[in-house]
Design a protein around this ligand. Sequence first.
Ligand code: 5GP
Ligand code: MG
Ligand code: MG
Length: 181
Amino acid sequence: MNNDIKEVLYSQEDIKAVAEKLGQEITKDYEGKNPIVICVLKGAILFMADIAREIKTYCELDFMDVSSYGDATESSGEVKIIKDLDTSVKDRHVLIIEDIIDTGRTLERLVDLLEHRNAASVKICTLLDKPERRVKGVSPDYVGFEVPNEFVVGYGLDYMGKYRNLPYVGILKPAVYENND
Ligand code: 5GP
Ligand code: MG
Ligand code: MG
């Protein structure tokens, strides 16, 4: 599995440090607001666990699964809700936790949906941001790292369901997906 990685970009220690820093900002910004912190499945699960532990004020956790990718490496623009939230977001402050923002299509749809449901506010926290690739006007409020325009895996991010369990973020060797396309 490690042999499929061209280069490690962020180690577990790097990610822990960034989660601590973002957790402090989030704690300060959400003090007294009891936000709903939403993990976008499945990519954000590891980062969600890190961020949640660094939020030192009351909050609730919920989970949502949306699909935009299938098994390819390019976003389709179609977003389907696979699993919806258990909690109503009406009049609640919402913080979305994402693994990566690429074109921004998935997030744009998700933010629209939560605003349509009358959330009091909707903010985004993402482990990785690929600003070069943005086609939609979404911008994250909390960003772990800006990444180059390469296909990355690990720490929740997959390629065809694999590599989510890698304890770091790395660039997948192009040979791995070229062989499958
Ligand atoms: P967007 O709609 O912003 O283009 O795509 C967002 C979703 O695409 C992410 O939540 C993630 O599932 C997937 N994605 C985008 N870029 C990458 C990448 O470099 N690696 C992996 N594994 N998934 C990606
Ligand atoms: Mg995601
Ligand atoms: Mg994926």
